[in-house]
Design a protein around this ligand. Sequence first.
Ligand SMILES: [Zn+2]
Ligand SMILES: [Zn+2]
Length: 263
Amino acid sequence: MYVDSHCHLSFPELRERLDGILADMRAAEVSGALCICTAMEEFELVRELADAHPNLWASVGVHPDTEGMTEPALEDLLERARHPRVIAIGETGLDYYRLEGRSVADMAWQRDRFRVHIRAGRELDLPLVIHTRSASDDTLSILREEGAGASRGVFHCFTETMAVARAALDLGFHISFSGILTFKTAAELREVARFVPLDRCLIETDSPYLAPVPHRGKTNTPAWVPLVARQIAELKGMAPEAVGEATRENFENLFGVQVPALA
Ligand SMILES: [Zn+2]
Ligand SMILES: [Zn+2]
């Protein structure tokens, strides 16, 4: 059994064909998926997915790239995160990749938003789903300043260096690998995956994005998460099923849920 720790089933291109995706997941032995929220306006859709399906869960949070939508106050996050199907805060973090003419100093609003999310996670003891791009130093120092190690979480869609992986692990965080791990150009990332202990690894699709090889460029779904497990298995010299089982167990321990067995 495999679990997709990060997908966007609330996005229209996936939501519109949810029944087919759930059937594909069953056929691929993908027994669960965490549906990630990227905007307060999206939360109801994410929560509805988790309410309607025992093998889907929800997060609540506003993505660092989300602009021009509702800015969440601590209380807004707490209120939604108290729902029993909400098992994580995020995705949250920092993204300096698209500064669009702004300086890092101009991105104080991202750092403020990130801190609000960390405080929500700490208050409710819910793990954080961290998105970091071109901003790993600030991401790590804010996590440390806010004492985020206490509520733990996961660095999702990991594409950072070995040094960042070490720092994330030292903080008590898990590291989640996506289809990027299967891309030809990702040799350095594969070394990172070889290094990260299996009991701290998660797997994800980040669907609809980042379809793994041999589906690269297509619309991704959670049914393709076993291809990420297969890549990790190859790197660690194990069976893909063993990576599936280990990452499912890690998912259950980190998020405090039990993934129902496939019917
Ligand atoms: Zn992300
Ligand atoms: Zn995402």
